[in-house]
Design a protein around this ligand. Structure first.
Ligand code: NAP
Length: 235
């Protein structure tokens, strides 16, 4: 990975799916969690040396922007056993695979910000975006099969009422990735909602848990480095 580039100025970790097959990924992970979180973890953590190198240059201003979602608040606790079992229809918000994957992205972003700062990356700004409810993307057209019909109808109505255009949906990530304000005010490890509004972490009990963020990081590091060993890749 590092041989591809020696310098990274802005990294957007935006790819995601809202539903996956009800079977596990070839690596034995729940597919939405694997796509929305584990993939981004693997890519970004393996680029840390390049990020640190770029951030050490004169006048550097490096940005990492992860896309999460306000649905992360729906998750009250992360049961790590869920990461390795297929989703079960109608289990409720607390265990929704998409919501869980977005909470994981959020915790990862917060922990990554600390991790880089502790390693001298003061000029690397890692922030997390909730783009809002965006009307018209591919994802928006997918209804989650794990929810019951009344919940699907409720979500559809909510989306219709609060929905943003695709252009408006891009603004929060673009703000975090390009605005001079972020570097000037040394903003890192923060969760932003439309438009340019940072949420206080302590408002949400799950988010306040650095311990949980650390546990998740360690769990994911094990998964990714075991896979690298299996593929005989350098970690
Ligand atoms: N739409 C919303 O209301 C909403 C709300 C909150 C958060 N978000 C977040 O916003 C981000 C973008 O979603 P969107 O609404 O723009 O949905 P989208 O139109 O479905 O776009 C998703 C993007 O992710 C890419 N992608 C999916 N799986 C991938 C994989 N395994 N490897 C590489 N790329 C992959 C897709 O690439 P291909 O087109 O090549 O498949 C596509 O470009 C997601 O992280 C989503 O969770 C969306």
């Amino acid at each position: 990975m590092q041989s591809l580039t020696q310098s990274i100025d802005v990294l957007f970790a935006n790819a995601g799916v809202s539903k996956g097959p009800t079977s596990l990924s070839p690596d034995g992970l729940e597919t939405v969690f694997a796509t929305n979180y584990v993939g981004h973890y693997a890519l970004i953590t393996r680029l840390i040396p390049v990020l640190l190198e770029t951030g050490s240059k004169d006048g550097a201003d490096v940005r990492v922007v992860l896309t999460s979602s306000s649905v992360a608040w729906n998750v009250r606790k992360l049961d790590f056993a869920d990461f390795r079992r297929p989703p079960v229809k109608g289990e409720g918000w607390e265990t929704d695979p998409y919501d869980r994957s977005k909470l994981a992205c959020l915790l990862f972003g917060m922990k990554l910000a600390d991790h880089l700062r502790d390693r001298g990356g003061e000029r690397i700004h890692v922030n997390i975006a909730d783009p809002g409810i965006i009307f018209g993307t591919q994802m928006h057209l997918q209804l989650d099969i794990t929810h019951t019909l009344p919940i699907q109808i409720y979500v559809a109505l909510l989306n219709w009422w609060y929905g943003l255009s695709i252009a408006e949906g891009a603004l929060t990530s673009l703000f975090l990735g390009t605005s001079p304000v972020i570097a000037k005010e040394k903003v890192t490890g923060k969760f932003y909602r439309p438009f340019g509004y940072a949420l206080p972490h302590n408002k949400y009990p799950t988010l306040a848990s650095n311990q949980l963020a650390e546990k998740l990081w360690d769990w994911t590091e094990d998964v990714v480095s075991n896979k690298e060993a299996e593929l005989r890749l350098p970690s």
